[in-house]
Design a protein around this ligand. Structure first.
Ligand SMILES: *[C@@H]1O[C@H](CO)[C@@H](O)[C@H](O)[C@H]1NC(C)=O
Ligand SMILES: *[C@@H]1O[C@H](CO)[C@@H](O)[C@H](O)[C@H]1NC(C)=O
Ligand SMILES: *[C@@H]1O[C@H](CO)[C@@H](O)[C@H](O)[C@H]1NC(C)=O
Length: 433
């Protein structure tokens, strides 16, 4: 009996052993299933994201774009921007082999203690040159004191028409965002760019401009260009080879995108911090998707930001189609712009643009700009921040003054002239169309 009972109970127990885990796992599955349905699982991953998405979705859907409008109203009001302190700029100055001296000259011409500067010499430049550039930055007493100039330690292989250029620009922006350095706009320059106004002029003129605006020359790609550019597929070997070669074309073609329109324009930009945070963080998936799309697009620096900004509902009305550069092209235009000389001086001035390109190394036009537009005799184009004396050939900028005070000159007037044209409602209504 005992044995039997034992046997029996063992059987029952083994039966229960099977039943218990079964119910347990059933319960677990049901719980999992229910929580999946109610979206509990996305909470730990993307709680904030989800909320933001939901909010922006309901806002833009319910109020039919009122979100954008109210942003615009804030911009148009502009009063809040007048009361805040003057803007700060973040400059990326990039160059390649043999450019380090020109980069230094451009850096000194656009230097102001309020701003941030990052220099990138690409991988084609020999290590010696990078060392020299780093050394000249390190040994400058003003840079040492203010600590607002950095040289990118990581040197990237850059194909100028390929996505590696964009990747480098994004990296430089990410570095400047991460260090959470204060700045309002990002400007990219090359070694062959030069300013036509002082930083005092520039910062003063932009003091009452809405910090949300993005200066990015753009137009929609259409016609034969659309087929030619949009359907071709390129591969940038700079992404995975250690030696630089030209981009290669595949024989395959792809269809034109239908979920966004392609825009193109100048690769020289002045972008707002807000828009760049949007691009770098990628909380909204659009900037990343378009970046991946542009990996196989020829001349991506002339299209990436342009396509993103015109597709992003909250930013498209902040795009101002101008690259703030004076650039001269041959007639008919060749692939690269013409070198500017002293003969272009008047036209440069008439353009009211704050920058011009491109200049040959040590071109006499640069000396004329230094002398007549920037007042640059020593290292820097002086401004109100230079508090030292200039007696006996001393450098007034060796003594740092108040960098929130400006001494605007004729450059400010020219800039206001340009901004007046760009910020009219009529001009702005045509953006991203
Ligand atoms: C930034 O500036 C460089 C000049 O070195 C240019 O070649 C590049 O295409 C620019 N634009 C972007 C979006 O990287
Ligand atoms: C900024 O102020 C100047 C001088 O008052 C004016 O000429 C210019 O139009 C203003 N710009 C903007 C965008 O309000
Ligand atoms: C610098 O100038 C600004 C504007 O005039 C003023 O508000 C600020 O107090 C000054 N800062 C210093 C340190 O003097």
């Amino acid at each position: 009996m005992r044995r039997h009972a034992n046997f029996h109970s063992v059987r029952i127990q083994s039966g229960r052993k099977w039943i218990l885990p079964f119910f347990a796992s059933l319960l677990l599955s049901v719980t999992l299933f229910l929580s999946w349905i109610f979206g509990f699982f996305s909470v730990p991953y993307a709680g904030d994201q989800l909320q933001v998405d939901v909010i922006s979705l309901t806002k833009s859907e319910d109020s039919g774009g009122l979100f954008v409008e109210s942003e615009l109203e804030k911009e148009a009001g502009g009063d809040e921007h007048l009361s805040v302190e003057p803007p700060r700029l973040a400059y990326l100055i990039s160059g390649t082999k043999g450019d380090s001296q020109r980069m230094m000259r451009t850096l000194q011409a656009v230097y102001h203690p309020r701003n941030q500067y990052i220099l990138h010499l690409d991988l084609e430049a020999p290590p010696r040159e990078r060392l020299d550039l780093t050394q000249s930055v390190k040994s400058d007493p003003t840079f040492q004191e203010v600590e607002n100039v950095r040289v990118m330690a990581q040197s990237n292989l850059i194909t100028y028409k390929g996505p590696t250029m964009i990747a480098c620009t994004l990296q430089a922006i990410a570095i400047m965002l991460k260090d959470s350095l204060e700045w309002d706009w990002f400007i990219n320059l090359s070694a062959s760019d030069y300013p036509l106004v002082t930083q005092d002029d520039l910062l003063y003129a932009f003091s009452n401009v809405s910090r949300s605006l993005n200066f990015i020359e753009h137009s929609q790609i259409s016609g034969w260009k659309l087929t030619h550019r949009g359907k071709s597929i390129i591969v940038d070997p700079g992404l995975y080879l250690s030696k630089k070669t030209e981009v290669s074309w595949t024989t395959q073609r792809r269809s034109l995108p239908t979920s966004f329109k392609l825009y193109t324009g100048s690769a020289w930009v002045m972008l707002s911090r807000s828009f760049l945070e949007y691009c770098i963080w990628g909380v909204d998936n659009l900037p990343r998707t378009i970046l991946m799309y542009y990996a196989n697009f020829l001349s991506s620096p002339e299209g990436y930001f342009h396509t993103v900004i015109c597709k992003a509902e909250q930013y498209r009305r902040t795009a101002i189609s101008h690259d703030l550069h004076y650039i001269a092209w041959d007639n008919p235009p060749k692939q690269h712009p013409r070198y500017l000389t002293i003969n272009d001086f008047d036209k440069m001035l008439e353009s009211n643009a704050p920058f011009a390109r491109k200049f040959a190394k040590d071109d006499p036009a640069l000396d004329k700009i230094d002398k007549e537009l920037l007042g640059r005799t020593g290292r820097f184009a002086p401004g109100a921040w230079c508090a030292g004396s200039s007696e006996g050939g001393e450098d007034p900028c060796s003594v740092l003054g108040n960098s929130s005070v400006f001494r605007p000159g004729p450059g400010t007037e020219r800039l206001w002239g340009l901004l007046q044209d760009l910020l009219t409602e009529e001009f702005r209504s045509k953006q991203c169309s």
